[in-house]
Structures are given as C-alpha cells and as structure tokens.
Design a protein around this ligand. Sequence first.
Ligand SMILES: Cc1cc2nc3c(=O)[nH]c(=O)nc-3n(C[C@H](O)[C@H](O)[C@H](O)COP(=O)(O)OP(=O)(O)OC[C@H]3O[C@@H](n4cnc5c(N)ncnc54)[C@H](O)[C@@H]3O)c2cc1C
Length: 549
Amino acid sequence: MKLRNRNIEKLHTDEFDALIIGGGINGAATAAALAGKGAKVALIDRGDFAGSTSMHSSNLVWGGIKYMESKDFALVRKLCKSRNHLIKSYPSTVQEIRFLTTITKGFRHSPRYLWAGTWLYWLMGNGFTKLPRLLSPKKIKQEEPIIDINGSVGGFEYSDAYLHDNDARFVFNFVRHALNYGAVAANYVESLGAEREGEYWLTQARNVMDGSTFSIRSKVLINAAGPWVDQHNALTGQKTTHQHMYSKGIHLIVPQLTSTKRVLAFFADDGRLFFVIPMGNRTCIGTTDTHMEHPEVDVTAEDTAFVLENINKRLTLEKPLTQDDIISTRCGVRPLAIKADQGSDRDFLQLSRKHVIDTNPDSAHISIFGGKLTDCLNVGDEIADEVVRLGVHLTDIDYRWYGEPPEPVKQQFMDQARRMNLDAMTAPTSTEPLSSRLWRRYAEQAMPMLEKIRQDPAEADILIEGTEYIRCELEHARDHEMITQLEDFLRRRAKVSLVVHHEQLRHSKGLKEACRVLFGDDAETYFDTYFAENRDTSRPYSSPPVEID
Ligand SMILES: Cc1cc2nc3c(=O)[nH]c(=O)nc-3n(C[C@H](O)[C@H](O)[C@H](O)COP(=O)(O)OP(=O)(O)OC[C@H]3O[C@@H](n4cnc5c(N)ncnc54)[C@H](O)[C@@H]3O)c2cc1C
C-alpha cells in the first residue's frame, strides 16, 4: 500500500500536465503513452484499475472479421493492423490463435463464401497470420470431436489473436509502465467533478478507502471513464459531439471442454458469432449483445440460459453443460460511440466499435468514447497528439512507450531459467512451463523471482489450489502491483476467482497464506471483507448463494 499512499500524497501536492479519469484500457494506455513521452501524468480510478469493462471482454485481439459482413473494410483494415502491431509488440502476451468456425445448413452464407471472406481478411491483415483453411464436416469432427456436426455443412479456420493472461492483467501492465515512466496513479480514488480555474482544471477527488477528499490540479483533463464518460461530462459541464449507447455481454467460465488451444466459433440462434475460448485449464464461453439503458449490469438467469442452450446445441459433450458447471461469470457493457444528435433508435448491433476522441480546445478537455482493447496503442498515440495540440510540451515525443523488452533481455532470462532447471519445477497440473509464465507476466522483473526460487524451491510451488499462481509471484504483487483490496489480486492481477469456485476459495489454505503475505496483520479483515462484499458470480444475480461442502 506504500505506493498508493505515496501517490495519493503527490496527487494533493503536485501539478500535472494531464489528469486521466478512469484506469480501464483507454485510460491506462493513455497514461503510459503520455508519461512515456515525457508528460507529467496523474491517473485515478474510483475502483481498481481495469475493474469495469476492461475485465469483462472476450480477451480477443482481433481484426474485426465480423465487420466484413457490414462491409466496414476501413475499420477491418485498421483493426487488423492494430492486431498485428500488438502481436509484434507483445509476442509472449498477445498470441496468434486459430478460430474454427462451424456453419449449419440454412445459414445466410455458405462455408465457401465465408472461407473466401477469410482470405480477404487475411490479405487485409497483410498476410501476417497463418493461412485460412476450408473444412468438411468430417474434418471438423476429426479435429474437434466435441463439435456436433449434425446439420453442419462444413466450416473454416482462420487466425486472430488472444490475451493469454486476460484483459485486466494486460491493462495493469500499461498502468505499471506508466508508473515506471513517472506517472502518479492511484486506484480507489473517485473524481467527484472538476472546474476550470484560469489555465487549470481543479478536480475534486475522494479517496474511496477512507472517504477523505482533496483536489488535483492539471492543465488538461482526460475523461476515460468508459461507460461513465457521459456522466462525468455532465459533472464538468462538457458538451460533446458524441455520446454512448450500451451493449451488455456475458461470458461463462466452465471446466476445460477441449484441450486443443483454439477458439471454436459458432453462430448463435440470434445469428451472432459466439465463442468457446481457451482459458488455461478452463474454458470461457460467450458472449451476448443486449441493448441496455444504463451501464450497471449483472448476469441474469436468462443470460445464462441463452448461452447454455446455444452451446449445448452445438457441442456433443458427454453431459450437457448446466448451471452447476459454471465456475464464474463475467459481465459488462460495451460503450458504443454514437453522434449525440443521432438519438438511441439506431440498430445498435450495426453500430461501429470504433473509438472516437472528442476534444474541447477551449477548456483543454478530452473525452474518449467507445473503442476496443485491440485498438489501445492507437488510442495512446492519438491522445498524445491531442494533448500536444492543447499546448502541452512532450519532451520525448517519439518515445516507444509500449512493448516487451528486447530479445537479448529475454534470452538472458531464459538462459538463467534453463541453467537452474526451472521448468522441471513446473507443477504437473500447469498448462505451460514456469519460464514462459514468469517471462510473459513479469518480463525483466521476473529476474529476482529466479533468485528467490534458487534460495528456496518452495517459492516455485503453486499457492492456491486449482490455479497456476506460484508463491514467489505474490511478494512481487504486494510490492509492485498496488493491491488495495483482496479482489484486486484474485480477479485482476491474477485470475484466481475466475478459475476457482467462490466457495472453494473460501476454504483454500493457500488463499489464507496469500492474505498474510499481502496484508500482514490485517489478513483476516481483508479476507472477511472480500467474502462479505463479493458475491458468488457462478449464480445469476439475485439468486441465493449455494453452499458447497
Ligand atoms: C462482453 C464484452 C466483450 C468484449 N470483447 C472484446 C474483445 O474481445 N476484444 C476487444 O478488443 N474489445 C472487447 N470488448 C471491448 C472492450 O472491452 C472495451 O471497449 C474496453 O474495455 C473499454 O475500456 P474503457 O477504458 O473505455 O472502459 P472501462 O474499462 O470501463 O474503464 C473506465 C474506468 O473509469 C472508471 N470511472 C468511471 N467513473 C469514474 C470517476 N468518476 N472517477 C474515477 N474513475 C471513474 C471506472 O471505474 C472504470 O474502471 C468487449 C467488451 C465487452 C463488454
């Protein structure tokens, strides 16, 4: 907590070039870009970083193949380039993955037509990924026995990419980079609104953990509040050309359905694409697309029933999936940008997922609408350009603010790991060697972890049953990852609460040990608060929790 406390002091006392409201992907990438390029940056979020939409995505980094159907080729081309750029910049984290799509008889397009489309998609992505393939129903069954090919007329396979460690972890790495570049970031600090005073914005902020209030002074105010951008603009009196509509999407996490590491794609009964996505030793299924009037959402019994019904129709599992197979759920709204004068009677499924930047030069205010994780590097660079236009001098304008360390650094890490025979310590239940895990999650910061394991091999042991999280990661998390509440660790820095059932976690000895490392003498209080404040997400909202003995 030292880092957070120190940063809150600095938020009181320092003056900033830019204050960013919201630490989802848009705010985090913006903070890393601006701080890397030399601006004095502050970043606050009223919850944890990536605590809202950016922890509920499908974890896909994709060129938007579905926008081919609406012929939005400019968007597809842009997203394909963004995807390639991310794969090149984060080769360990953003990994190419195959999508196997099965088509049933009577679907609006034939497999051959769609396969031709995947070639165009591949070309629009500069041929960066593996080639598409056309598959007969028999071939689909051979390669993925769980797919029901009854009524199938074949399918095709093409490539996009996914986030190995989940969206929230990806977002936090931008926050971590921003901190390394000198940004002052704090979670659980809410903006209550802001006023322009002369050349500065004065933002009223509240420390959510103790209720204290203070003000933050900045030349530019950047509203990256995701689905709450309009609400925050109302607080500051900003009039914008754009506003948001909301589309809710849910995912179910269930035990691993297939060990092949690819995404299975289907068209649901409503004609929309939905996916079976690998998540380590679990499988993630989703998503839905429901128009909502407000951004506060949760999983309902109807949502769960829709996903279960659709997936059971398309797979031949030994036993159909039921509510009892669900380990956890994810649920959020996509903030979709529309022109403010367009009204809300549009066909929202056709709305573009492009991000839009609305700048008010008179008051040095920027709002970021819409967007995707896939587009985050563009958002960072574009906001940096806007901030320069607003008169902020960036001392290192061409700084490359993103990406993994250069190959020689990785080789040095891998060499040390090999010499100490690290991978031989990998638990049999783990889905990847320890060296890959540690490098991908911590890069050069994993070096001290090797030393810890050399001194005590128990540091390489799995800490919480049913996960792949090892002991030596925890002290690093405590000291460098601003864990303010237990949920920050369980749900976002790691994905423990996604892959282990809520009730199983309550009885986990490893979790008790983790709390002691993270919170010292206050471990029990943090543990109790977590279970008092967080519901068992495997059940739909409003139904009572079920006891597991
Ligand atoms: C179901 C679903 C699936 C998706 N799948 C994909 C995908 O596979 N690939 C992809 O690229 N994109 C995907 N997306 C889109 C992507 O997840 C979102 O576009 C992105 O996460 C939005 O990020 P954001 O930073 O704008 O918003 P958020 O992540 O919501 O961040 C906004 C932050 O602002 C904070 N905030 C709000 N008000 C205040 C205040 N007053 N003071 C301080 N902080 C405040 C909130 O606490 C929040 O953390 C998906 C979205 C959904 C919902």
